[in-house]
Every structure is written in C-alpha cells, then in structure tokens.
Design a protein around this ligand. Structure first.
Ligand code: ATP
Ligand code: MG
Length: 444
C-alpha cells in the first residue's frame, strides 16, 4: 500500500476525550472514528488490525462449525429462557413495523439453542461446537475507553453441545487451551482467572485477563503465572488427559479477580510473588450445563435411548476490545508497537528523498520484492520531511521499518529498524527483504 493513496487521517494533537493510551493512539493513528457514545466507524488501518485479530481467532477454532447469526433477534426466544426480563437496560429493545418485539443481540445462547433443537436430536451428532464473529450491542451505562467498552462491539462467541457433563467439561478445557493459544499468537499474556458467571449463568467459568494499569478489573495473582507459555507445543484437542493437564498448569497458581478473590488463600502465596494489579478482560468461557437446553427443550437421545437435555457451554472473545488491550500492553511514548501477529502491515518503507531517482527506484524494488514474498509493505511515498515520516511510522507502530536514502544507497545499503528496540542495522536491500521474510515465516 502506498501512503499517498491510503486513507490514514493521523492527528497531531491528543484528542481531549481520550483518557487512556489505547484510545488516544487509535484516534491519533486514524484507526477509528466515534459516531456516538461507544459506537465507532473502523477506518482502513483499524479495520486491517481488526481483520487480523479475527483471522487468528478463526484459525484457532479447530473443527468448530463457523456460522453467522443475525444481530437482530426476536424477543420471544429470550422469553423462553426467561432472560428477556432479566437482562435489564443493557439490552437494546426494538419494535418492527408490525409492533413485534425485537432486540439487538448482546449474546446468542438462546438463538444457538434454537438452531440446535431444530436440527440435532441424537448423541451421534455430538460433540458439536458452533461459533460466529458478530457485532453485539449492550447499552452500557458508561461506554468509555474507546473500543474497550463500546456499546456496539465485535465478539467471537462459540457454543458447545455435549452428551454428558464430562464431555462438556472437556469442551470447556479445550476452549481454555485454544484461547490461550489465540492470545499468545496476538503477542499477549492473557491469564485465566476464576470468575463469577453473571447473566450467562453456570458454575464453572474463567475470564482471561491482560495485565494493564488501565484495566477495569482488580486482579490478585501469583506473578509466576505471567511466565507460563504454551509456546510451540503440540496439542491434541481430543486427548482429554493432555488438555486437562494444560488447564491444570495454567490455573493452579493463584489468579483471581476481585469478584472471586479469597484473601486467606492469597495470603499463602509467597510474599515475593504476591501481586495486586489491574487487568483487561479479553475473553471468558462458561460451562452452564442444561440451563438453556432445559428451558428451551433442546434434547438428544443417548446411546441407551434416553432423552436428555443437551449439556452446553459458551465462550467469548472480545475481538474489538482486543485492539485496545494489545495497545495498552504494547506501546511507548511515540505510539503503538504492534506484535507481528496482528500488525496492519508487516513493514513500513520510508523514502527519505521522494523524487530522487535512485531512492524512488530502490523503494519500488523493495516494495515489489516484499510483495513477491506475500508481504504487503506500507510505503511512505509522500513528499514530506523525514521527521514527519518517522513520526507517522512510530505512531502507527509497524514492527519493522526500512529507511531508504540516497546516502545509504551510494554504499549499497538501507536501514532496517525494529520499532520495539529502536535498533537499526545497515543492510543491503536484498538482505532487508530476506530478514523480514524470515521474521514473518515464524509468525504462524
Ligand atoms: P465486562 O465484564 O467487561 O462488561 P462481560 O463479562 O459482560 O464483560 P462477556 O459476556 O463475557 O462480557 O463477553 C465476552 C467478551 O466480550 C468479554 O470478555 C469482553 O472481552 C468482550 N466485551 C464485553 N463487553 C464489551 C464491551 N462493552 N465492549 C467491548 N468488548 C466487550
Ligand atoms: Mg465476561
């Protein structure tokens, strides 16, 4: 992408309404535009990151059925589960021209149960997991912090259906592990913490929290939990023992939010490791058994021929909130520092002397060589001062920058700079392309 043809409305000044760094940088980097409290348009740079995050979420939903449910739902479905009255003012209620009561979905347990009961009647079709990534609306009392607490926001929500409690708990564990992997690929450490269930219901639930001072939840944890990584280990999601063991590894050290905090247990953590901080909730998994299947009549026939309400759980990832969480976890005073897994462009090219024949040709050459390796660079081909170009690149946070100028080219080199460390190296243009290609080959 050439910057002269790209819609990147960067702001020089800090927007007064933004109280936290991610909101500030998302506005300044021209990623989003607010349209109403907690409702945003996604501009090209923001949309690219949103789509990257979605892609990672999709890739880690191994074998789950990908569907798309509508944003608008009939109120009657929610009357069946009893939640139409329970949900309160967070639910946006709408009437259509026939005076039929509708709502803009805040979550989809009822609708997915309706789909299930229409099509599945036998244990032979289980286990089944269905998910979608769809906009939700919750009329939050205090929408704030940009996309972190929006009213309209993008969520991945998945639902598992199993024949008995053990199978449903395995589905719960599978999702815990796949969520850990999902967040790791985004460059995040998201710690599973035992949680309270709220309006979804159920007795077994974990939230995933990213540590950040601006987080809305108070968290209490043994800091050794932050060092746990899945890394490259192979996981067989059908291996119940292996999956349960990974969950045990990640949930044994103390890590809880204020909702479930138990000071007496926390006091047993060695003092040097006992930490109190704040966290951003980027996802949650639930096991709630037959709460919806019983009230809505979603039954399956077991191998023994009995009819039983199907066992269920649900799992959510805050896709749009993740942009804010990633920025809160990865930035400096110049701007965003995208992890390679989610960056809008893998690399930026800065032409120090636009119009100089050699510099222009070298930039074009780099741009094409990167494209040939499947890497779309953001090429700053504007006729601007070098300082302004660097400031834009630093603000928008691409992890790598190649700087091209007549002086370096005279010696056959360009400069390759890491946004994270600020370290620059002089290398040939070919070596720069090879290095970037090698870095992204390692990013699954
Ligand atoms: P919160 O406690 O932050 O209000 P929640 O527990 O009500 O969130 P869930 O029902 O667990 O939310 O939804 C799944 C995920 O969707 C959350 O973990 C969060 O990442 C995201 N999410 C929830 N509400 C919002 C919102 N208002 N704006 C952006 N993302 C949200
Ligand atoms: Mg939650």
């Amino acid at each position: 992408m050439r910057l002269t043809r790209y819609f990147l409305p960067v702001l020089k000044e800090n927007p007064a309404e933004a109280q936290i760094v991610s909101h500030r940088y998302m506005l300044r980097a021209g990623m989003i535009k607010q349209q109403a409290a907690g409702i945003y348009s996604w501009l090209p740079l923001g949309l690219r990151v949103l789509r990257r995050i979605e892609a990672i979420v999709h890739e880690e939903q191994e074998r789950a059925g990908h569907i798309l449910m509508p944003t608008l739902q009939p109120a009657d479905l929610w009357r069946e589960s009893g939640r139409y009255d329970d949900y309160g003012q967070e639910m946006l209620r709408i009437k259509d021209r026939q005076e039929r009561e509708m709502l803009y979905g805040p979550t989809n347990e009822e609708m997915i149960t309706d789909i299930f009961r229409a099509h599945v009647t036998s244990y032979k079709d289980l286990p089944l997991t269905l998910y979608h990534i769809q906009w939700k609306f919750r009329d939050e009392m205090r929408p704030r912090f940009g996309v972190m607490r929006g009213r309209e926001f993008l969520m991945k929500d998945g639902y598992n259906f199993d024949v008995d409690r053990d199978a449903a708990l395995h589905a719960y564990n599978r999702h815990m592990v796949s969520y850990l992997r999902t967040y790791e690929r985004m460059g995040l450490t998201a710690i599973p913490m035992r949680a309270a269930s709220g309006p979804i219901g159920g007795d077994n639930t974990h939230e995933f929290l990213v540590l950040a001072q601006t987080g809305e939840s108070e968290v209490f944890y043994d800091d050794r939990v932050t060092a746990l990584k899945l890394g490259q280990r192979e996981i067989d999601y059908d291996d119940r023992a292996q999956v349960a063991e990974v969950c045990r590894e990640f949930t044994t050290l103390y890590a809880r939010t204020d909702e479930t905090h138990d000071q007496a247990v926390f006091d047993q953590v060695p003092e040097a490791h006992r930490k109190v901080g704040r966290g951003i909730e980027v996802g949650q998994i639930f096991y709630f058994g037959t709460k919806y299947s019983e009230s809505m009549g979603a039954e399956v026939t077991t191998a023994e021929g009995h009819k039983v309400p199907v066992e269920m759980g649900s799992h959510g990832i805050g896709v749009s909130r993740l942009l804010g969480a990633i920025i809160e976890a990865s930035h400096d005073d110049k701007g965003i520092i995208w992890p390679e897994g989610v960056t809008p462009f893998p690399v930026g090219i800065v032409n120090l002397k636009q119009g100089d024949a050699a510099a222009d040709a070298a930039c074009e050459g780099l741009y094409k060589a990167l494209a040939a390796k499947g890497l779309e660079a953001l090429y700053d081909d504007r006729d601007e001062r070098a300082g302004a170009k660097f400031a834009t690149m630093d603000l928008i946070g691409l992890p790598w920058r190649i700087t091209v100028g007549p002086r370096g080219l005279a010696n056959g080199v360009v400069e390759l700079t890491s946004r994270r460390t600020g370290v620059s190296e002089e290398v040939s243009p070919e070596a720069a392309v090879a290095r970037i290609a090698a870095i992204y080959a390692g990013v699954r």
